[in-house]
Design a protein around this ligand. Structure first.
Ligand SMILES: CC(C)(COP(=O)(O)OP(=O)(O)OC[C@H]1O[C@@H](n2cnc3c(N)ncnc32)[C@H](O)[C@@H]1OP(=O)(O)O)[C@@H](O)C(=O)NCCC(=O)NCCS
Length: 204
């Protein structure tokens, strides 16, 4: 992937210019007033200049989407998605968010990592990018952190509040903790049927 290092001035200045415009516009659209439904729709319309965003999607105040060094990587957000206050999404590696996803307040998604194990100065370190796919109908709880090794949050998955996700999460899995581990799976709710959750006793 082309990266915008200073050794490649053409890429660097292109990335820096685009990123400046994107961050500046997001800063203008960041205040709480843009969370009011009608005004939020206007904000989403403006953000569509930079990102692919579906229908009925809500992006409330304090949300930031940023790309670090990488160019040509995109952020795609589906229909009926809710991205709540102060969520931060680094889409340097490319991020796709499926339909009906909720990302709760102050969650952090990171898709680039510095290769920092050697003793090289930070400015000389290589950067590794990972693309992330967040499956439809999944829910990322408040203050969860999704680290750069993660490539997939499965369809219908739930990430508990405050969890630190270091590995892929499969469809319908519910994960919690640091590092996040599977505790059980979402199950079908059938009318008039007792809900039985794997791993939990019936009378809980
Ligand atoms: C993961 C989650 C969905 C589970 O909800 P639940 O099914 O009602 O689970 P319970 O509250 O019965 O908890 C079950 C167990 O998991 C633990 N647990 C639940 N959520 C946890 C979390 N986020 N981190 C660590 N442990 C957690 C509980 O302590 C409990 O442990 P125990 O059985 O040893 O007592 C929920 O706890 C959660 O994190 N929701 C996100 C909330 C949020 O972000 N809200 C913002 C809305 S916009």
């Amino acid at each position: 992937m082309p990266t915008a290092s200073k050794e490649n001035p053409k890429h660097y200045y292109r990335w820096a210019f685009l990123e400046f415009i994107r961050r500046f516009v997001q800063m203008l659209l960041s205040p709480r007033v843009f969370s009011i439904p009608g005004i939020n729709a206007l904000k989403v319309m403006i953000l569509r200049m930079f990102f692919e965003i579906g229908r009925n999607t809500t992006i409330v105040h304090g949300v930031y989407f940023e790309s670090h060094h990488a160019i040509k990587k995109t952020l795609v957000i589906g229909d009926n998605v809710s991205i709540l206050k102060n969520v931060f999404i680094d889409f340097s590696g490319g991020v796709t968010i499926g339909n009906e996803v909720t990302i709760s307040p102050e969650a952090l998604i990171c898709t680039h990592n510095h290769i920092a194990l050697s003793r090289e100065l930070r400015s000389k370190q290589n950067i590794r990018y990972t693309s992330l796919e967040i499956g439809a109908d999944s829910w990322i709880g408040s203050r969860a952190i999704i680290l750069p090794n993660v490539r997939k949050i499965g369809q219908g998955a739930i990430i508990g509040a405050g969890s630190v996700v270091t590995q892929d999460v499969d469809d319908w899995e519910i994960v919690i903790g640091n590092p996040a581990k599977k505790i059980w799976e979402r199950v079908e709710f059938a009318e008039n049927t007792e809900l039985s959750i794997p791993g939990r006793s019936e009378n809980q």
